[in-house]
Ligand binder design. Sequence first.
Ligand code: ADP
Length: 811
Amino acid sequence: MATEEHSVPETKDVYPLLPLRGLLVFPGMVLHFDVGRPKSVRALEQAVANDHLIVLASQEDGQVDDPSADDLYGIGTLARVKQMLKLPNGTIRVLVEGLKRAVLRAFVSEDDLFTVRVETYDEPEDVVVTPAIEAMRRSVTQQFEQYVRLSRKLDLDTYATVVDMSHPGQFADAVASHLPLKVREKQDILEAFDIEKRLERLLQILSDEREVLELERKIHQRVRKQMERTQKEYYLREQMKAIQRELGDKEGRQAEVDELREKLAAKRMPDDVRDRVEKEIARLERIPPASAEGTVVRNYIDWLLALPWLEAAKSTADIARAERILNEEHYGLDKVKERILEFIAVQALTDKQAGPIICLAGPPGVGKTSLARSIAKSLKRPFVRVSLGGVRDEAEIRGHRRTYIGSMPGRILQGMRQASVVNPVFLLDEIDKMASDFRGDPASAMLEVLDPEQNRAFSDHYIEIPYDLSNVLFITTANNVYQIPAPLRDRMEVIQLSGYTEIEKLHIAREHLLPKQRTAHALKGDRIRISDDVLLEVIRHYTREAGVRQLDRQLAAVCRKVARAVAAGDAKRVTVTSGVLQSYLGPHKYEFGEMETEDQVGVVAGLAWTEMGGDLLLVEVSIVPGSGKLVLTGQLGDVMKESAQTALSYVRSRTRALRLPPDFHEKVDIHIHVPEGAIPKDGPSAGITMATALVSALTHVRVRHDVAMTGEITLRGRVLPIGGLKEKSLAAHRAGIRTIVIPKGNVKDLDEVPDLVKSEVEFVPVSHMDEVLRLALVDNPLDHAGGSLADEPWWADVWSDSRFGGGEAHQ
Ligand code: ADP
């Protein structure tokens, strides 16, 4: 027991004792409480029967109902019972006044009631107020004041009375009794007999208490602020709605914003995208309805909501089904179909785009787009097509920043929006027709699209949030693979489609194009009849192409006319004869076979490869008196010009064998004309054609009109292989040519040439220019060593002197 024996006076007495629960009464304190326990009631009764004095001692544990002497603190308060009131429920309400501290020395009785012998302690009257005591008193006053202000639990009067107490000990007790302290803490103060110690302890408790209060206040403030803000926002929103209503904009922005929020809630998207949309909607909400900025923000939100972020098509790759679809929708193309099926098989094994990207290459109308469509159908994925033809600006791929008015995402994300799933089959059409200029390089943007390493996070300037393209199956098409920028081409696996023979076109027309056009024009049953001969007439005289696009269009025109006749009631059904055909489509547009009808001097049928397929290329050479100029006209690329030079050099190297004057090239001007150009890179393959035309013109020997040729030439007349043999032979066959001179090195390519063409055309492989001349010219000038040629060239007299070894002609 922390008693300070020295200051306890020698007054000893015995009093009844009342145990207190959760309560402590300080000397000088008046308060009331209820008493119910029988032992306590008895103690009270005894006190009242004597001198009204009673000892109040707190229980260490308030939970104990029937405390023993050991459950009580050893120091209590001697108090006077001032009033007692029996309540209806049997308990007694008492009013007591604490008098002085009392040290419990011994329990006299414990059973019926507690009586106890105590030593009471009077507070010394004249305390020496040391500076330490005064300092602490001030401190306590200050802290107590703050406590009163913060807690607002005490009224100011009480505060004033407490602070006015002059006795520092009583002051400390009063302060302690007004604080909401635990019994343990109050007991601490009660046990401090020494005033200095009592103040010190109180100070300690007060400052702890104040910290707690401070913290409480802060928490409270924060909570209130938060609530205020929510309320304020709610209030402002309501106000805004009211203003909008006033302005007659009832539906206005709010309705728009509500609708967008609904859409957002229903849309599946990654969290970062959702956050972004939420932010933009909040922004939109604040923008006045008529402002241009509102439109920009609204468009952006629409785009983010419209793009597929997580939606995917349930894709399957069933090879048997794919094969059936490809065969149903396309005639022929066996090798191409085979390659495509292999490709689909690989797709079946992996989810993502596996391996290189397919590039379907070939002339227009050979079915590239429709093959891609079939691939999509086989994989059960949506199909989107974006044309890259003429794209020069990187922004067309990647979009414009939103700062531009009317800016939009690039074509890739436009395609994705159209697809509305993340895994469509995406056709990038005419990737070879992309050009780059000062506005940036679209090819490098395409590289990012097609690169599986990079397309996981494709960046579009408009959308700004990285977009995942890695589930897309990209397919590209090109007319000319060599014009695809090299880094892009490296990523592609080229599947070449070449063009169709007449027979193939006939099949395609009969089995695919015509049925489609019939349905499109609602020509059921046998409303339209058209024989193979007439179909062939369409193919031969109304189209000139490697593919079947014009053919499709002409058939559509025929169906249109028939539909009109049927609808007008002119006929129930129409049999399209050759006459009817000409009345529908006009006179023949193309003469079948472009080959010359007669053998001519200086005109040779070459064969060219173009983006439109193979083509017949008539090379003309004319010789006029002059001074040795070589003139080239027509669509000649630089490469073609070099070929012309090489051909001329070969002819000069054969001057003697051809019995030309040694200086012939100085006396004549040579004019070479190539009417329709092959692509510049294809120039070399006209080498032997130009050489043949040159020799024919110089020697005035005619060229066989039914022979066509293709081959590169060296200075010494060797014939080198060329590309595109299949297309070239198709074109020659179409033109009615029956003999084609080809380089020996190309014999292996004959495998690819359709059997029909091989059966009707003779392919003659050559390795030297001399062989070409022997085959192509009606009379081989090389065989006439010493003799004379059939016809003298009209300009022969120009050099006749030198030709026959002297004399001066035309002085
Ligand atoms: P491309 O994309 O190569 O320019 P398209 O795919 O647009 O050509 O083809 C033009 C038309 O010709 C389409 O209607 C297509 O179905 C049809 N077509 C092309 N090749 C074939 C074929 N082998 N079998 C059936 N139809 C074909």
